[in-house]
Design a binder for this molecule. Structure first.
Ligand code: NAD
Ligand code: UDP
Length: 317
């Protein structure tokens, strides 16, 4: 293949990383997947193990890594609140030391590097929808701060390496993304509701369920990520990638019940501290620079995700 590259995906055994590895292998590239399996699993990538262009390395990105590649996608970091709050110090280290190590690697190799940043850099936003130019409204000392501020500091490092060392960077702000291979116990709303509905257990709405999120299906997200990586050098981001379709959490619960035919009832649990009230991406820049917009709307994506969890829950333990 003319454009065949050797590509590093950190966090490659996780939910989004594994879909990215699939796409890059299918496109004919060599992929090195680096993961410490904190939230990712071999199961997510087991179909790639043994493939001649796929390599799996168990490694923690908070330690330096010496390999040779042409591009780096930096996804390593737990993404769900219960996982990133489990060991908050390690979460900040993963974002910050991980960014320093991967940026150092990119600097030595003079290669492009993409950062999987997050809509959490906007905190509980006072601007709606959120544009890439918005600076955010983040609590620096709350339970979500290890993730939010870690990701913000990583963005700072990316832009300083760009200005100081002329590194080619791509910063992508990912909004809530869902799909097959989400961890069934990671506590994120889509996986929680689907697993609860399939088991006919109560659906746990936190707060009154009027808070909103905009849900992007994983295939759309990965398409946007690959397009961003391959933009001209002057496109650095930050660029929002997400689906602007905005739903209340209660509406999401109702869609999941309708699509699973579940008998589950809705119950209300306390709202977690600093839970953002609304979130919707402004994707003007992604449309302009990547010619990208999501193609899979909520019901279609939910059906695919429900089919995945249905099969997953029927597997012998
Ligand atoms: P995930 O938890 O499934 O994947 C993260 C992966 O990183 C896992 O495989 C985990 O084992 C690995 N990892 C964690 N710490 C590591 C370390 N120190 N060294 C090496 N590997 C490590 O989460 P995801 O949803 O696939 O998220 C992937 C990336 O996208 C994350 O950086 C996350 O912050 C970002 N993101 C995701 C979403 C979303 O809605 N899914 C939204 C915003 C941002
Ligand atoms: N949420 C909920 N019930 C659940 C899990 C989450 O009502 O069982 C809510 C949560 O309080 C938040 C929204 O769903 O308002 C999205 O939560 P998630 O953890 O998926 O992502 P994030 O808050 O990081 O956007």
């Amino acid at each position: 293949m003319k454009d065949r590259k050797s590509i590093l995906v950190t966090g490659g055994a996780g939910f989004l990383g594994s879909h990215l590895c699939d796409r890059l292998i299918a496109a004919g590239h060599d992929v090195i997947c680096v993961d410490n399996f904190f939230t990712g699993t071999k199961r997510n990538i087991e179909h790639l193990i043994g493939h001649s262009r796929f390599e799996l390395v168990r490694h923690d990105v908070t330690f330096p890594l010496y390999i040779e590649v042409d591009q780096i996608y930096n996804l390593a970091c737990p993404a769900s609140p219960i996982h990133y709050q489990h060991d908050p110090v390690q979460t900040t280290k993963t974002s910050v030391h991980g960014a320093i190590n991967m940026l150092g690697l990119a600097k030595r190799l003079k290669c492009r590097i993409l950062q999987a940043s997050t809509s959490e850099v906007y905190g509980d936003p006072s601007q709606h929808p959120q544009k890439g130019t918005y600076w955010g409204n983040v609590n620096p000392i709350g339970p979500r701060s290890c993730y939010d501020e870690g990701k913000r500091c990583a963005e700072t490092l990316f832009f300083d390496y760009h200005r100081q060392h002329k590194l080619e960077i791509k910063v992508m702000r990912i909004f809530n993304t869902y799909g097959p291979r989400m961890h069934p116990n990671d506590g994120r709303v889509v996986s929680n509701f689907i697993v609860q509905a399939l088991r006919n257990e109560p659906i746990t709405i936190y707060g009154d369920g009027q808070q909103t999120r905009s849900f992007c299906y994983c295939d759309d997200l990965v398409e946007g990520m690959i397009r961003l990586m391959n933009t001209p050098a002057d496109i650095t981001g930050p660029i929002n990638i997400g689906n602007p379709g905005e739903f209340t959490i209660r509406q999401l619960a109702e869609r999941v019940i309708a699509l699973t035919g579940s008998n589950s009832k809705l119950i209300q649990n306390p709202l977690p501290t600093d839970d953002p009230k609304q979130r919707q991406p402004d994707i003007t820049l992604a449309r302009k620079h990547l010619d990208w917009q999501p193609t899979i709307q909520l019901d279609e994506g939910l059906k695919k995700t429900i089919a995945y969890f249905d099969a997953f829950l029927k597997e012998p333990a």
